[in-house]
Design a protein around this ligand. Structure first.
Ligand code: ISL
Ligand code: CA
Length: 574
């Protein structure tokens, strides 16, 4: 069968030269007019994806789920949510992908399940249940006046306490994310084996690997150590006690041997808060843990002291500093993903670019990152330069994280006083995950070609101008730039294998680096990561004898000046 040839016949490190395309199925393409994107809708668009030049698709969760967190709350790991279609639709999609030489990476959520999963139903049924210990349960602490309080002050990533009270068995359970996403207890070997079984079910069907949701949170510090907040008793971050915990690498190695290795599948870990040193260990080939990981430092670059919702503009130097640390830190040992966007992040151009220079800034940012070492992950719509949505009303929002943020912000007097209603909306427009989740813009029809009837979340009003049909037909479009960039990356070994050296141009907005192998000609990448025109500095870090191979402006370069968001890529002449 074709799929077997593809998943095991390639080289073990195929992913190093590969680019990935991420699909959020709910918002990609609706084939049956119920307003929700689905598997057949994806299958219809595979030629488009293939034509981008990518090698693999990461598909966000499609399993049964009450959708409290849009599929990241799985209630049955072996079934397809009816919104997305049937198992036959899934098999057909996989077959069609493999026929086109596209690999499939499934999303796997192993840190928590839905509270509607049979395992949690059993676990909460009584303190003596055999699965009680598959989740984290803890008796209450007693407050000053004997009142019941959660075991500690850990806050959930989705606001409020990370502990929820269970009336029936009179204990708290841990949920680092939503209340309906109880954390699974990896200390329990039966639970681990059960999860491995769920993964093998999909590997046996021929899927090529998994993207492992928040996988570095699965080993918690024993005893739920207290992280005592200030006297105002607000919640504090559980991160120091749950990220990169004591048994994490033991679990990763076990999963590698029992799940990934027998199928030659790849393991891509989402690892918030990971340090460069830990990332290097997890992805070093001899560790046999992860192949690729997602770290968050670029995504944190525009968060202020108050975190994600405390939004500030990131300067080019902030972005470059993060890139540099990771590129140099992982060196030739570790392996990283390169991403600007995903289903949890606002749109790239609205965030780090400039919509006045939509196409130039989109191209410059893309090439600046994706010509570094690592595997690019391109999120649906990024390749046509989609923008954030102009949210103005609660009814336009869908995401649990954002809605929880709004209700906590409204109830928090100091936040309310500081930011006010306008400030809350500004934060929502800048940072809500719903920005990434509005439908893919295929054409200029009323629902942008996403669906012919309705949509579960509004289509961006700019779809009449920004869409695949328009971009496909125009040579200078951002879409055609992505197509070139992805192909260029694949045929130029310096990009996947070469060393990297960042250089100083003397101008804060003009950044650059070279990719090299000792003794050979280098590849130079430089960009004006700002919206001002720049006069070229007198001393240039790139050689005179060079050849332009890619640029963010179609009309070549103007000598002595760098236009807003002008990017240039050169080969050093031999
Ligand atoms: O979205 C975030 C920032 O606001 C992150 O903190 C995010 O919650 C974190 O990256 C983990 O994300 C993953 O797990 C979540 C899920 O909601 C996200 O969609 C998923 O990508 C819980 O499963
Ligand atoms: Ca549908």
């Amino acid at each position: 069968m074709q799929s077997i040839v593809l998943s095991s016949g390639g080289e073990a490190d195929w992913f190093r030269k590969a680019s990935f395309y991420q699909i959020y199925p709910r918002s990609f393409h609706d084939s049956n007019g119920d307003g929700i994107g689905d598997l057949r809708g994806i299958e219809d668009k595979l030629d488009y994806v293939k034509d981008l030049g990518v090698d693999a698709i990461w598909l966000c969760p499609i399993y049964s789920s009450p959708n409290d967190d849009n599929g990241y709350d799985i209630s049955d790991y072996r079934s397809i949510h009816p919104d997305f279609g049937t198992m036959a639709d899934f098999e057909s999609l996989l077959e069609s992908m493999h026929r086109r030489g596209l690999r499939l990476i499934m999303d796997m959520v192993l840190n928590h399940s839905s509270d509607q999963h049979d395992w949690f139903r059993a676990s909460r049924s009584s303190r003596g249940d055999a699965k009680r210990n598959w989740y984290f349960w803890s008796p209450p602490r007693r407050g000053e006046h004997g009142e019941k309080e959660p075991p500690n002050h850990w806050g959930s990533f989705f606001s409020g306490s990370a502990w929820a009270w269970d009336e029936k068995t009179e204990e708290y359970y841990l949920h680092l994310f939503g209340k309906k996403q109880p954390d699974l207890n990896w200390e329990n070997a039966d639970l681990r084996d059960a999860l491995y079984g769920e993964m093998r079910f999909w590997l046996a069907k021929g899927v090529d690997g998994f993207r492992l949701d928040v996988i570095n949170l699965i080993s918690k510090a024993p005893g739920f150590p207290e992280n005592r907040p200030q006297a105002d008793s607000s919640f504090t971050s559980p991160m120091p006690f749950v990220a990169d915990g004591p048994r994490l690498e033991e679990y990763l190695k076990e999963m590698r041997q029992k799940v990934f290795k027998p199928y030659k599948a790849i393991a891509i870990g989402e690892t918030p808060g990971v340090t460069v040193e830990a990332a290097k260990r997890y992805t070093a080939p001899e560790s046999e843990e992860l192949d690729i990981l997602f770290q968050f430092e670029l995504m944190d670059a525009d968060g202020g002291a108050g975190g994600k919702w405390d939004h500030r503009r990131a300067a080019p130097a902030d972005l470059e500093q993060v890139m540099r640390r990771w590129q140099e830190g992982l060196g030739r040992v570790g392996w990283n993903s390169l991403y600007w966007n995903n289903h949890d992040q606002p749109r790239l151009i609205s965030r780090f670019g400039d919509k006045t220079y939509r196409e130039a800034s989109g191209k410059a940012l893309a090439a600046f990152l994706y010509l570094q070492k690592g595997s690019p992950f391109i999120y649906q719509g990024e390749e046509i330069g989609m923008l954030n949505f102009p949210f103005r009303a609660l009814s336009e929002l869908r995401d649990i994280e954002c809605l929880n943020f709004i209700s906590y912000a409204c109830a928090d007097e100091s936040f309310w006083e500081k930011r006010g209603e306008a400030g809350i909306w500004e934060a929502v427009r800048a940072k809500s995950r719903d920005n990434a989740r509005t439908p893919m813009q295929w054409d200029d029809s009323p629902l942008a070609g996403f669906s012919d009837s309705s949509s579960w979340i509004a289509v961006n009003p700019n779809a009449s101008a920004i869409n695949v049909r328009e971009a496909s037909g125009r040579e200078s479009s951002i879409l055609n730039f992505y197509r070139k960039l992805i192909r260029f990356r694949k045929k130029e070994p310096l990009i996947s294998d070469g060393g990297i050296e960042f250089f100083d141009t003397g101008l804060p907005a003009l950044r650059g680096y070279r990719r090299y192998e000792e003794g050979g000609p280098s590849l130079y990448v430089a960009a004006n990561l700002g919206s001002e025109m720049l006069e070229e500095p007198p001393k240039l870090p790139w050689p005179e004898a060079r050849q332009l191979v890619l640029g963010s402006y179609a009309d070549g370069q103007k000598s002595g000046q760098w236009r807003p968001w002008e990017l240039r890529v050169w080969h050093e002449a031999e």
